[in-house]
Design a protein around this ligand. Structure first.
Ligand SMILES: CC(C)(COP(=O)(O)OP(=O)(O)OC[C@H]1O[C@@H](n2cnc3c(N)ncnc32)[C@H](O)[C@@H]1OP(=O)(O)O)[C@@H](O)C(=O)NCCC(=O)NCCS
Length: 261
């Protein structure tokens, strides 16, 4: 957050409305590095009002350059062509692997629960960071969480599910929610969904949790995650408005000792 503390800030939605452009235009400027952005927590992105104002320049004549930020201060950098290529290759490989596995099984459906392969969930190592970032960027459509994910891997807060040796899902889990254990982020490769990968990752977090309750949250619009949480006996524990405009964040909790009995 350094660089934005004490500054007047705007959300992406507010910046789009002030400049009369689509939110996607703002994201494009962020991704290209034209507009510096600052991540606050896991999902929220803030912009300095002064940077947004500096985008408005006279159509003719001398342009007075506004204060610019050096690249080290930018929390978001463009997704390079090489990274895009790697992400596409990862998807292709995953599809081929899944097809090959399916053929080996004579078309028999995969196990309904990845838990049976519990040994395939382990702590992410340095060598997993690239695959995690690529998977995240592919699902999110942007590479803005790279710094956050690399830091989570370094801190030992990231766990991966592997299928045939490759990363098919990951979870970031740490005591970061008002000092409570919290599942911050959970992503499963689109080619491996509805096979129990997320279930296995959450079950792993529950086993590794060093308290008797585990929190997580998701947007009200994310029905897949909410169904998953209900299935795993998580209960609603409040909501936070005003993070994503018009899409409240729903908090969930599971009391581990009680629920395990
Ligand atoms: C949400 C997500 C993590 C689920 O991963 P997954 O590996 O497919 O989940 P599981 O296979 O363990 O699903 C277990 C149960 O959750 C529910 N569920 C999961 N995805 C669902 C979907 N798309 N629609 C309806 N129910 C769903 C089902 O009850 C499912 O059991 P079933 O397959 O026996 O019906 C995955 O879709 C994803 O990565 N989404 C994008 C990122 C995201 O939204 N992350 C969560 C917020 S950080």
């Amino acid at each position: 957050m350094a660089g934005i503390v004490g500054e007047q800030s705007l959300s992406v939605t507010e910046a789009a409305s002030q400049l009369h452009v689509n939110k996607s235009t703002i994201w494009r400027w962020i991704d290209s590095g034209r507009l510096p952005a600052y991540r606050v927590g896991q999902r929220r992105v803030l912009l300095r009002k002064v940077d947004v104002e500096n985008l408005v320049v006279p159509a003719r004549g001398n342009v007075t350059k506004g204060e610019t930020m050096n690249s080290a201060q930018r929390t978001i950098r463009p997704f390079t062509a090489e990274e895009q290529e790697r992400a596409h290759l990862a998807v292709e490989q995953a599809r081929k692997l899944q097809a090959a596995q399916s053929r080996e099984r004579g078309g028999k459906p995969f196990s309904p629960s990845w838990e049976l392969l519990g040994q395939d969930v382990d702590r992410a190592g340095h060598s997993d960071a690239e695959a995690i970032c690529n998977l995240d960027a592919m699902v999110l459509g942007r590479s803005e969480r790279r710094d956050y994910l690399e830091a989570a891997v370094r801190a030992g807060h990231c766990w991966v599910a592997r299928g045939a040796g490759q990363v098919v899902g990951f979870v970031v889990f740490a005591p970061t929610f008002f000092s409570q254990w919290f599942i911050e982020l959970l992503i499963v490769h689109p080619g491996f969904r509805r096979q129990g990968v997320a279930t296995a990752l959450i079950v792993h977090c529950e086993a590794a949790c060093q308290a008797n309750k585990l929190f997580t949250s998701t947007n009200a619009s994310n029905t897949s995650m909410q169904r998953l949480l209900r299935k795993l006996k998580y209960r609603r524990s409040g909501r936070i408005d005003n993070l994503d405009e018009g899409d409240p964040e729903i908090i969930y909790v599971k009391r581990l000792q009680t629920d395990r009995q």
